[in-house]
Ligand binder design. Structure first.
Ligand code: 4AD
Ligand code: MG
Length: 446
């Protein structure tokens, strides 16, 4: 019996006859030779067919086999440095072919350039191409590394609801759902429920889709995105930053170890990623504003000068984060944002009520915010005051205020956006390719 293998395992089979099951990605015919690039989900491998080695009808089939036809191909594995593929350096000398389905129509996605809207309309097929495949494999490894690190550090996974009675982050980006005649909202965050869960379990995390009716079209926003949110009891802002830097560096180092071939396909500069080890620089919001002001003064570009305008009290926007993080080789913590710029639940800075014990983690190389987090208000009266100040319905938050009445403790947590993280680690310039089926202002198909 010839073993059926995955292309990923090919290095273990040099000199042996194997079978791979997959799809024809590309075909080149040169006289008595046919080269097929075959993908099997796990990798891409070059299969070389010599006319003299094969029955005439099989060779003839190979000469004409259409792109994306499904096949079982048998052949002998050879090491050859020049062979393309992922992993590269191996090829299969074809000894047999079984066509599972010969594609009858012309495949809509050729391996040439297409416009991004054309490709997004065909996302269900686009994910088969190398760049997309590599990106989504890196995503899967990031997700695995997230669960791995949190599990190893005592955080237990607790699911939080998607249908919620009120805003978790802010009222401007809520998606409303009719819940048997009552309005409910798709979760913007699982945080508030995590806060309840830590009083039962100590350290928890939720990991699910979150929804924000983002009305702007940017490279960094989706309307449906995945967020992992760890939360810990008896944890202050400094301890939170330590957790975050260990966590992020584990994720990056795991991708470097397990997804080198995919990063190579993406042309990612891995030297930049190798530097992502603790400690990460920590700057205050006030210091960030000083750096931004200096960049503004030094630039000759009037458009940039305008974009970088900021007054104390405002949140950092994309242009600020882009400029700031281009000056850092590692992710950088910006802590102590103005209370007015952030969500309602953040603990005030001791002695500075207009500043919150918040921290964002900004990815380097211009990528910007990947994490938002904070220490949470632990006093029930202050929390109620904030709920009123933000115009939130007290009724819907009664349970949340309860948490501060029954054994309140200092506690902190953060949310990491998976797609922002994939964008950065893969070195992409747009978030839309980091999720299999992106949802944006203008797109819910396919
Ligand atoms: O900073 P945010 O809004 O924080 C929260 O939701 C907190 N409740 C998290 C917590 O403390 N448990 O969002 C957290 C992260 C951002 O840093 C970003 O990576 C990502 O979620 N994010 C988005 N990603 C894609 N599209 C969007 N529209 C996003 N909005 C936030
Ligand atoms: Mg944020």
């Amino acid at each position: 019996m010839i073993p059926v293998i995955h292309v990923e395992q090919i290095a273990e089979y040099i000199g042996q006859e194997v079978t791979i099951q997959g799809w024809v990605y590309n075909r080149t015919h040169k006289g008595k030779l046919v080269f097929l690039l075959v993908r099997d989900g796990y990798g891409f491998v070059q299969c070389v067919a010599f006319q003299k080695d094969l029955p005439p009808e099989i060779f003839e089939t190979l000469v004409h086999i259409p792109q994306e036809s499904s096949v079982r191909i048998s052949g002998v594995v050879r090491a050859d440095k020049r062979a393309p593929g992922i992993p590269g350096g191996y090829e299969i000398g074809v000894t047999g072919l079984e066509v599972v389905q010969a594609v009858a129509e012309e495949y809509p996605i050729s391996l040439k350039e297409h416009g991004v809207d054309f490709l997004l309309d065909r996302r269900h097929l686009w994910i088969r191409t190398q760049h997309q495949w590599a990106t989504l494999r890196v995503r899967a490894t990031i997700v695995a590394a997230i669960h791995e690190w949190l599990g190893e550090h005592g955080f237990i996974h607790m699911d939080t609801p998607i249908l919620t009675p009120a805003a978790g982050e802010g009222t401007t980006t809520l998606f409303e759902v009719d819940y048997f005649g009552e309005p409910t909202y798709l979760a913007q965050t699982g945080q508030l429920y995590n806060e309840a869960n830590i009083f039962a379990f100590g350290k928890v995390y939720c990991f699910g889709p979150t929804f924000r009716a983002e009305k702007s079209k940017t490279r960094r926003h989706l309307t449906e995105f995945w967020m992992v949110e760890p939360e810990a009891a008896f944890c202050d802002l400094d301890e939170l930053m330590e957790i975050e830097e260990q966590f992020i560096s584990h994720i990056v180092q795991r991708v470097l170890r397990d997804r080198a071939a995919e990063l190579a396909v993406l042309g990612r500069d891995t030297q930049a990623l190798e530097q992502v080890i603790p400690p990460f620089p920590r700057i205050s919001y006030d210091e960030a504003l000083e750096i931004i002001t200096q960049i503004r003064e030094e630039t000759d570009d009037p458009a940039l000068k305008k974009q970088l305008q900021i007054t104390w009290g405002n949140d950092l926007g994309s242009p600020h984060e882009t400029e700031l993080t281009q000056r850092f080789a590692k992710p950088v913590f910006v802590y102590g944002y103005p209370t007015a710029a952030k969500a309602f639940y953040m603990e005030p800075w001791p002695g500075r009520p207009d500043v919150s014990k918040s921290v964002d983690l900004l990815a380097p190389e211009g990528y910007g915010e990947i994490i938002g987090g904070s220490e949470r208000i632990s006093d029930p009266d202050l929390l109620l005051q904030r709920i009123h100040e933000h115009g939130l319905p007290e009724e819907a938050f009664r349970w949340y205020i309860d948490l501060r009445k029954f054994g309140s403790v200092p506690h902190s947590g953060f949310g990491l956006g998976v797609e922002r993280t994939v964008t950065w680690i893969c070195g992409l310039d747009h978030i839309r390719e980091t999720i299999p089926y992106p949802r944006t202002l203008k797109r819910v198909y396919p």
